[in-house]
Design a protein around this ligand. Structure first.
Ligand code: BES
Ligand code: ZN
Length: 457
């Protein structure tokens, strides 16, 4: 490891500069005006991998492309790792809440601020840099590697499963390694035992042919805003349970050991409340905050639109109302089944005086890890090597839609070790990644490759 760490130390400044170049590309996958930028980010990844000695190419998917890197010099007897990450980012708005512009990376107080610094360009870059260090130092890797860098994770990976199925032989691997999540706390790394899934819907209500004067028509004519609010109010009971019939049918109860592990993590619900600036916490009665975040499903309004929202007052009866409503899912809930249940529920509770439509936007399956095996052990050992403490096992409330598909199609376990920190502002203004985790993250991934490739050492 000493030779590798010496190279890493020598190259760290140039890695930071390269990461900054990557972060400057506004690869916002959701916005068509950024399609060329998004492709440029894929090419950046391809070029970087090629520069390190991988065979690298851009593969079309029908949407934003995949940057694929391959290195198979370890031979057929060595294990193959599939490294997955995403080069696309969330839209940066609202821009006025950023301290420095989202695509002009800046270091302040030991944090690299930029859209994508944590999610996921910064973390994908750690893998590229680890491969670079290893190949530069030794001219070889102890494992075969396939890198899949996709550009549509933030819009639900709509083209990745077909891509995976089409290329399943080429992508065959013994384990899938992903860094797109956070550690449990500063100085306390973690390996994930779960991710939540997602079913994302848009609910549209129409109550009249056009907006109307609220005095001349209000009373007898239905109001789309009011009717939508009524529908939304039926989703939870007053104990935070979701009232869509059948919603919990497929939920697997977690084992006592996992729940005990969660309860033993160093976590203060009061600090958490203060940290988000809420006056109080909500959610499902009977579960702790971490359980509500990680192992219980949710229903959340993500956006609402109806009527007049400009300056001052306007007396109007809105003819239309729309809500974006998403459901975070846990094993073994299935996104399409959930959307069907929601459709049925909404049709049942909606007033017959309005028309209501539930549109499915995207979804992803939840994922639960098997907490055993050589790759899982190697991840724990590598985190301990780099951070000097034993990692904890944690869940994650966010989603990475393709993870369970990887496991199913490739028949290989996924290992999720993330290097962002809580409060990294993923998807929010002032997203950041700890500057020190550039070195520690690369160190971890080098140690991981060493442990996986040379299990006897
Ligand atoms: N990197 C995140 C997932 C994540 C979020 C991990 C927070 C750890 C902490 C991922 O890129 C993401 O945001 N996924 C989306 C998926 C969706 C658009 C289908 C999510 O969870 O909202
Ligand atoms: Zn991500």
């Amino acid at each position: 490891m000493d030779d590798l760490r010496a190279t890493l130390g020598r190259r760290l400044d140039s890695y930071r500069a390269a990461l900054f170049d990557f972060l400057r590309i506004p690869s916002v996958s959701a916005r068509s005006e950024h399609a060329a930028d998004t492709r440029r980010a894929a090419e950046w990844v391809r070029n970087r991998m090629e520069g390190s000695g991988l065979e690298a190419s851009i593969l079309e998917t029908g949407g934003h492309p995949v940057a694929l890197g391959e290195w198979r010099g370890a031979g057929p007897d060595a294990p193959t790792l599939l490294i997955y990450g995403h080069y696309d980012v969330q839209p940066p708005e609202p821009l006025d809440l950023w301290t420095s512009p989202p695509f002009e990376p800046q270091v302040r107080d030991g944090r690299i601020y930029a859209r994508g610094a944590a999610d996921d360009k910064g973390q994908l870059f750690l893998h590229l840099a680890a491969l670079d260090v290893m190949l530069e130092t030794r001219g070889t890797l102890p494992v075969n590697v396939v890198v899949v860098a996709e550009g549509e994770e933030e819009v639900g990976s709509p083209n990745l499963l077909p891509f995976l199925e089409r290329h399943r032989d080429r992508l065959a691997a013994d384990a899938v390694v992903i860094s797109d999540s956070a550690m449990f706390a500063p100085g306390l790394p973690s390996v994930l035992f779960s991710l939540r899934g997602l079913a994302y819907t848009e609910i549209r209500v129409r109550s009249a042919a056009s907006d109307l004067h609220s005095g001349a028509y209000g009373g007898p004519v239905p109001n789309a805003g009011t009717e939508l609010a009524r529908i939304l109010a039926t989703f939870h009971d007053d104990r935070g349970r979701i009232q869509v019939p059948g919603f919990y049918d497929a939920v697997v109860e977690w084992d006592d050991e996992t729940r005990k592990g969660i309860s033993e993590l160093p976590f203060s619900e009061e600090d958490f409340r203060g940290g988000v600036g809420a006056r109080g916490l909500t959610g499902e009665a009977g579960y702790t905050v971490l359980e509500r975040l990680w192992i219980r499903p949710t229903c959340e309004v993500n956006g609402l639109l109806s009527g007049y929202t400009g300056e001052g007052a306007k007396t109007v009866l809105p003819a239309e109302a729309m809500a974006k409503v998403s459901f975070r899912l846990v094993p073994d809930q299935d996104p399409s089944t959930i959307v069907e249940q929601v459709r049925k529920h909404v049709a049942e509770v909606a007033s017959p005086s309005v028309s209501v439509e539930v549109v499915e936007l995207h979804g992803g399956n939840p994922w639960r890890a098997r907490l055993e095996g050589p790759y899982f052990e190697a991840a724990r050992g590598a985190l301990q090597d780099a951070f000097g403490v034993e990692p904890v096992l944690t869940g994650e409330g966010g989603s990475i839609p393709i993870v369970s598909d990887f496991e199913r199609v490739l028949q290989a376990p996924a290992i999720l070790l993330g290097f962002a920190l809580p409060g990294a502002n993923m998807h929010a203004p002032d997203e950041w990644f700890p500057e020190a985790h550039l070195e520690k993250g690369i160190h971890t991934l080098l140690a991981f490759m060493e442990r996986v490739g040379n299990p006897g050492d």
